[in-house]
Ligand binder design. Structure first.
Ligand code: PGA
Length: 265
């Protein structure tokens, strides 16, 4: 696992955007796996800026989001489709027809959507780079603790903790969606590259498990220890419980030297 620790969330966003720019320069028709939530917002802002400045184009890019609430149509303000359109897709040159979420709109059978979504991902050639956040409880996507490490895209019941944490996105007296469809852990593990961003002290315990804990379904993100190409970008607060911080900083310095010498971007 490649680990980079920055002082601020803004620096995490800068590095995340730089990684995606780098990929799109090498592969303009890349397939991106995308995440919602608070964490990637600044990174999306950076990419919008880059696109407006014509430094990158999403015209040939295909995207697959990690998850969506069951029963919310795309125009529902709390749907992840709405989030993606609002914060990202409407501001870049992507073709909306190439953007995908595992949507089970009101009335649709949510139990069917998972397999269909997996088929679409496979038909697009698989995911080149999957952007991830991490939940306080160590979830990735909506794969809550005790999710099977071999799970595929399916309906998940959200934990009370996740519901409480996401309550802020729903109106004070509005009904909150309690079920989601999420890529499974095995689906995420098939992405060719994973870019996980975590900022803030409330993520420190989950980050500690991700980097230094044993692999366990109780902390689903720990499965990424088995993935051969993961980059974790942290701010200092999210990294605050790591025991081997000195070593990680030392590795980062050595890595930077190597990149400057042999692989300048
Ligand atoms: P957040 O969510 O970015 O809003 O903290 C991350 C997650 O729950 O995966």
């Amino acid at each position: 696992m490649e680990l980079m620790i920055f002082e601020t969330p803004a620096a995490v966003a800068d590095e995340g955007a730089r990684r995606i720019r780098h990929l799109l320069h090498a592969r303009p028709d890349a397939v991106l796996g995308l995440a919602t939530g608070s964490t990637p917002l600044t990174m999306y802002e950076r990419l919008v800026r880059d696109c407006r400045q014509k430094r990158i184009s999403f015209a040939a890019v295909t995207t697959f989001n990690l998850d969506e609430y069951v029963g919310l149509d795309g125009d529902h303000p709390q749907s992840y489709r709405h989030y993606m359109n609002e914060h990202f897709f409407s501001k870049i040159d992507i073709d909306l027809a190439n953007t995908h979420l595992p949507v089970a709109a009101a009335g649709a059978n949510p139990l069917r959507i998972g397999a269909e979504y997996e088929t679409k991902i496979a038909a697009a050639g698989g995911i080149d780079l999957q952007v991830l956040g991490i939940g306080r409880n160590g979830h990735i996507g909506f794969n809550e603790p005790t999710s099977s490490l071999g799970s595929r895209t399916r309906v998940k019941t959200l934990t009370r903790e996740t519901l409480a944490s996401n309550r802020r996105f729903f109106p004070a007296h509005g009904k909150q969606a309690e079920l989601a469809i999420t890529m499974g852990i095995a689906t995420i593990m098939e992405a060719r590259k994973v870019l996980l961003l975590a900022t803030g002290e409330e993520k420190a315990a989950a980050v500690e498990q991700l980097i230094e804990g044993p692999v366990s379904a109780m902390w689903p993100a720990t499965t990424l220890q088995y993935h051969g190409n993961v980059t974790v970008l942290l701010d200092a607060a999210a990294a605050s419980r790591l025991k081997n911080r000195d070593y990680y900083d030392w590795v980062q310095q050595q890595q930077q030297k190597l990149v400057q010498q042999f692989d300048a971007d």
